[in-house]
Design a protein around this ligand. Structure first.
Ligand code: PLP
Length: 380
């Protein structure tokens, strides 16, 4: 049976060139980057070369790049690390109601420890109003954390405007760019970003490796304690193959990012147009224009998204009901709730996300099987 992967927002395949670049660091160049011999020196060089590549991609200096285990750890470093630094000052955080659990649950945790958190609402398209960000700032605000792009509905936030507001009030701005970094060129300084999280497995590198950009390391305290690795911010022996793979993936995606983003956007719009025109009772969630190239999020009247995922899976097509962390939940998505989507429609929702390997033929197959699946489910 043909198998079609329309779940790039959950995780991406690792590119063959990425695997090739990693292989020597498992088999022959397996040194510990802290060791004082040739094996160690080579591992250290591989890490520092990778840091250079990542820093160029974000238009910053290598000293501000910290390698972590993934997006979750980077988000925790930003929020919990900022809390630890300011714990005696009655700290206040600003975030949104549609953040990934890595941010939302970190915010809830610091609230339990005594911080105040403002969870800003979003528009029906999932956009945050920069003026609302400014209005929420108090004398105690220590961090503004707003995601670059949402993992369920793909909405891209007005990051630059928010960053400028944060800077004008001298407040660090953190953005979770885990979903955005595979298709959007991010210049951290031009966007006034002080802290940024990204993850290897969302950009064609392996799982278990991430990026934490920190402009000024004195804005946080470490959340783990151990050796002096990663500028003293993130202890633990470095994941050399993962870090090398992450840098290789970044080199590849940055070489044709604009062209690939245009291709995915066209394919995405082709699918969206056909779904909305041909499937009665269908609607698109999130902004039509301020949207990640690969993201689609549809609601269908009279069906359950969970059943639709199963029927499509039977046909070899992988989609999800929402984010991968909630894909088995039959509760309406919190993100759709924040957009004002009613529960019945929210339960009839799927996220389909495409990427570098998606073809026109796959898009047509998806459209055909989606129509059949919805007919079948509505008839039962
Ligand atoms: N933030 C966002 C927006 C995500 O989509 C994800 C993963 O789905 C994460 C954070 C967590 O990243 P990781 O799986 O690397 O911990």
């Amino acid at each position: 049976m043909k198998r079609i992967y329309f779940d790039y927002a959950a995780t991406t395949p690792v590119l063959p060139e990425v695997v090739d670049s990693m292989n020597p660091y498992f088999t022959s160049e397996y040194g510990n980057a802290s060791s004082f011999h040739e094996f160690g020196f080579r591992a250290r060089k591989a890490i520092e070369d990778s840091r250079e590549i990542v820093s160029k991609f974000l238009d910053t200096n290598p000293e501000s790049i910290v390698f972590t285990s993934g997006g979750t750890e980077s988000d925790n470093l930003a929020i919990f690390g900022t809390f630890l630094k300011n714990r005696d000052k009655n700290p206040h955080f600003i975030t949104t109601s549609i953040e990934h659990p890595a941010v939302l649950n970190s915010c809830q945790f610091v609230e339990e420890l005594g911080a105040d958190v403002t969870y800003l609402p979003v528009s029906t398209e999932g956009l945050v109003d920069p003026l609302a960000v400014e209005a929420a700032i108090t004398d105690q605000t220590v961090l503004i954390s707003i995601m670059y792009a949402n993992n369920e509905i793909g909405t891209v936030q007005p990051v630059k405007e928010i960053g400028q507001i944060a800077t004008s009030h001298d407040i660090p701005f953190h953005t979770d760019a885990v979903q955005a970094m595979s298709s959007i060129s991010i210049d951290v300084h031009a966007n006034c970003i002080n802290l940024l999280s990204a993850s290897g497995h969302k950009l064609y590198a392996p799982k278990g490796v991430g990026i934490f950009f920190i402009q000024d390391s004195s804005t946080i305290l470490p959340i783990m304690h151990g050796g002096p690795h990663e500028h003293g911010i993130r202890p633990s022996t470095e994941n050399v193959p993962g870090i090398v793979g992450l840098a290789t993936a970044i080199e590849i995606i940055s070489s044709d990012m604009d062209r690939e983003a245009t291709r995915e956007t066209e394919l995405r719009d082709y699918i969206i147009d056909h779904v909305l025109a041909e499937i009665e009772g269908s609607s698109l969630n999130g902004s039509r224009t301020e949207r990640l190239p690969g993201n689609m999020n549809f609601s269908f009247e009279g069906i359950l998204g969970y059943d639709l995922v199963l029927v499509l899976d039977r046909e070899g097509i992988a989609v999800s009901t929402g984010s991968a962390c909630h894909s088995t939940s039959q509760k309406p998505s919190q993100v759709l709730h924040a957009l004002g989507v009613c529960d019945a429609l929210a339960l009839g929702t799927i996220r389909a996300s495409i990427g570098r390997q998606t073809t026109q033929e796959e898009a047509d197959y998806f459209l055909e099987k989606l129509q059949d699946a919805i007919k079948e489910l509505r008839a039962t």
